[in-house]
Design a protein around this ligand. Structure first.
Ligand SMILES: Cc1cc2nc3c(=O)[nH]c(=O)nc-3n(C[C@H](O)[C@H](O)[C@H](O)COP(=O)(O)O)c2cc1C
Length: 337
C-alpha cells in the first residue's frame, strides 16, 4: 500500500540577515542550492529628506534579484519617512514590503525603531494608519514578542488585526533575550490563534528535526523563515522540502558557492579589506558544519590578507572535508566562532 500523501508545508522563506543575505548572497545561493520559496531582504533605514539616495536601494534593483523573489524590508518609526522610501521601492516594481519591528539592537531601539516601538501600540497604530492610507501596498510586519516583556505582543496584536496586512513574521523571543534561551513556542501558538493574518514562524530552525517538531506542534503556520540555519547549512531548505534528515554537502559544490560569493563581493565592495571582513563573517557560520571547519574558521578570523585567506580556503576544500552538520538540539549561538 502506498503511504498517504503528506501535506505540503507552507513557504520556506530566507530571513533578512544584515551583512549576509544581501543580493550577492541570494543570487549565489540560488545558483547552487534550492528549497527556499522567497526571501525578505535585510533592512534599509528610512531617511528624512526630500530624496532617497540611489545607493540605499541598489541591493533591491530588479536586475540583481532575478533568481529569488524578494520582499524589501524598511526600518523606521516615522510614517512619512517610511512612505518616501516605500514609494521609491514601489517604483522599482515591488508590490510587497516588510516593516521591521523586531531589531533588538540598543542603538536602534533607543531611537524608537525596531523592537523599540513594541511597548507603544498606539504609535504602531498611528504609523499603520498613515502608511496604509498613503500607499497601495501589501505590507507585512516582522517582530519579536516584546522589548523586555514577552507579553507586549498581546497589546500590539489587536492593532495589527485591524489592518489588512499580508502576514506577520514572529521571532518569539524578546529583544532583551537577543538569541539566548529558547524561542517561546507557547506564546507563538497564542499569537497564531489570535492573529487574523497569516503568521510566519522564525527562530532556531537549524535542522530538519527542529522543523519537524515545530511543524507538528504548530498547525496553521503561514510560512517558515530560516536564517542562521541556512548560513550553516545551505541545503537545509531542500532537506526540509524533500523530507530528508539532512543532505551532506560536497566540498566542491560548497566551494563553487563560496567562489561565487567572493566574485560577487569583489565587484560590490571597495577594496580587499572589506572583502576579507565580509568573508570572515560568513566563515563564522560556514565553519560549523564541516569536520575541521571550526579550526579553519578560527584561522580565517585571524587572517590579515586576502592571499592568506585564499590559501587557507583552497587547502581546506582541497582536503575534501566531510560534512557533519549540526546535531539535533545544538545551538548555533554556542558554536559560532
Ligand atoms: C547577523 C544578523 C543580521 C540580522 N539582520 C536582520 C535584518 O536586517 N532584519 C530583520 O528583520 N532581522 C534581522 N536579523 C534577525 C533574523 O532575521 C532572524 O529573525 C533571527 O536570526 C532568528 O532566526 P534564525 O534563528 O533562523 O536565524 C538578523 C540576525 C542576525 C544574526
Amino acid at each position: 500500500m502506498r503511504a498517504p500523501p503528506q501535506p505540503t508545508p507552507p513557504p520556506l522563506i530566507l530571513a533578512p540577515l544584515k551583512g549576509y543575505t544581501d543580493a550577492v548572497f541570494r543570487d549565489a545561493f540560488s545558483r547552487h542550492f534550492s528549497g527556499v520559496d522567497r526571501a525578505v531582504a535585510p533592512f534599509i533605514p528610512t531617511v528624512s529628506g526630500p530624496r532617497v539616495r540611489p545607493g540605499l536601494l541598489s541591493d533591491l534593483l530588479p536586475e540583481k534579484n532575478r533568481r529569488l523573489a524578494v520582499t524589501p524590508q524598511i526600518i523606521g518609526k516615522s510614517a512619512g519617512d517610511f512612505v518616501l522610501v516605500a514609494r521609491a521601492l514601489l517604483d522599482l516594481g515591488y508590490d510587497q514590503l516588510n516593516w521591521n519591528l523586531g531589531c533588538p539592537f540598543p542603538m536602534v531601539m533607543k531611537k524608537g525603531r525596531g523592537c523599540g516601538m513594541l511597548p507603544h501600540p498606539e504609535k504602531i497604530d498611528a504609523f499603520l494608519e498613515e502608511v496604509l492610507s498613503a500607499l497601495s501596498v501589501r505590507l507585512s510586519v516582522k517582530l519579536r514578542l516584546g522589548r523586555i516583556d514577552p507579553d507586549e505582543i498581546f497589546e500590539v496584536l489587536p492593532v495589527l488585526n485591524r489592518y489588512p496586512l499580508a502576514e506577520i513574521i514572529l521571532h518569539p523571543r524578546t529583544a532583551g533575550q537577543m538569541y539566548g534561551g529558547r524561542p517561546d513556542r507557547l506564546r507563538f501558538a497564542s499569537v497564531l490563534a489570535e492573529s487574523t493574518h497569516p503568521v510566519v514562524y522564525n527562530g532556531d530552525i537549524n535542522t530538519t528535526a527542529d522543523f519537524r517538531r515545530l511543524f507538528e506542534r504548530l498547525p496553521g503556520v503561514g510560512g517558515w523563515m530560516l536564517g542562521r540555519g541556512i548560513l550553516v547549512d545551505p541545503h537545509l531548505a531542500l532537506a526540509i522540502r524533500s523530507r530528508r534528515d539532512r543532505i551532506d554537502h560536497r566540498a566542491e559544490r560548497f566551494r563553487a558557492f563560496h567562489d561565487d560569493l567572493i566574485e560577487g563581493y569583489r565587484s560590490k565592495l571597495s577594496g580587499p579589506g572589506h572583502l576579507l571582513d565580509r568573508m570572515k563573517g560568513f566563515w563564522k557560520y560556514f565553519g560549523i558544519g564541516f569536520d575541521g571547519g571550526r579550526q579553519i574558521a578560527k584561522k580565517i578570523h585571524r587572517c590579515r590578507a586576502m592571499d592568506r585567506y585564499t590559501d587557507l580556503v583552497a587547502r581546506f576544500f582541497d582536503a575534501g572535508p566531510q560534512w557533519t552538520g549540526l546535531s539535533d538540539g545544538e545551538s548555533i549561538d554556542d558554536k559560532i566562532i
